[in-house]
Design a protein. Structure first.
Length: 256
């Protein structure tokens, strides 16, 4: 779920603007919204319009704010139905009149609470911070460039980008080996810093050429040297033959 805007503090009034992106997000929304909260979202309503030749009905898109009275969650359809009194001045819906809103994936809404407690704040963080829920990490690496990514249900977040200017000619005397090892060290440090293996179940190392294999070997050796225990006790490694550096392209590669 995307956090589009926020303005709240523990124990005070405030709001969040959220965009649900997957089915699990709707469950979080259902547990966040309560009676007395205010929810602002778009809705559609048929209204009578006088066009001079007689009254005709049109389906208008309206933005309403309701004070929540009832909340129903249709898990099968992935829709939350909100019913309550209208708090928005509108020529089409009277102030204080009862109305309903439907919240669903792909439609943003704003939730206002008179008081935000610690549980609600934590639920927002859990639902919107991919680092707390992503169970897949990926290192996309080629010579001199690496991206460390976290992949959630519908979100990919680049947590670190490591770049290095490597000598064109190889050989210890030309400085390539030293620069290459320094680059691998920086990538390793980025993985340690940004990947929480108590959450992540799998690490993917992908990229063109032999860079991915050399980084895997370096990571294994460096983990032993530093006594860093992460991947071997939890997950698997996948090696990919794709030549691109785009994660989206890699995820669609049939060789994986």
């Amino acid at each position: 779920m995307k956090l589009l805007a926020e303005g709240f503090a523990k124990g005070s009034e405030g709001y969040v603007k959220l965009l649900p992106e997957e089915a699990e997000d709707m469950w979080h929304v259902y547990n966040l919204a309560r009676e007395g909260d205010h929810i602002t979202a778009t809705t559609f309503r048929k209204v009578q319009v006088d066009k001079g030749t007689g009254a005709d009905s049109e389906r208008l898109k309206l933005k309403l704010t309701l004070q929540v009275e009832t909340i129903e969650f249709d898990a099968e359809a992935g829709v939350i139905r909100i019913k309550g009194r209208n708090l928005t001045e509108s020529e089409h819906i009277k102030l204080g009149a009862y109305h309903s809103l439907e919240l669903e994936q792909g439609r943003a809404f704003t939730l206002f609470k008179a008081v935000w407690d610690a549980l609600d704040i934590e639920r927002v963080r859990q639902a919107t911070d991919v680092t707390l829920s992503a169970d897949l990490a990926a290192v996309l690496i080629t010579e001199g460039l690496a991206n460390v990514c976290l992949v959630g249900g519908s979100t990919t977040l680049v947590r670190a980008r490591v770049e290095a200017n490597l000598p064109r000619k190889r050989g210890a005397a030309l400085g390539f080996d030293k620069a290459w090892n320094r680059f691998l060290e920086h990538v390793f440090n980025a993985v340690v810093r940004h990947v929480d293996f108590s959450v992540v179940k799998c690490l993917v190392i992908a990229g063109p050429g032999f860079a991915k294999d050399q980084f895997k070997d370096y990571m294994d050796a460096e983990a032993v040297r530093r006594e860093v225990r992460f991947v071997p006790q939890r997950g698997d490694f996948f090696f990919d033959g794709c030549s691109g550096m785009a994660l989206g392209a890699w995820l669609g590669c049939s060789e994986t």
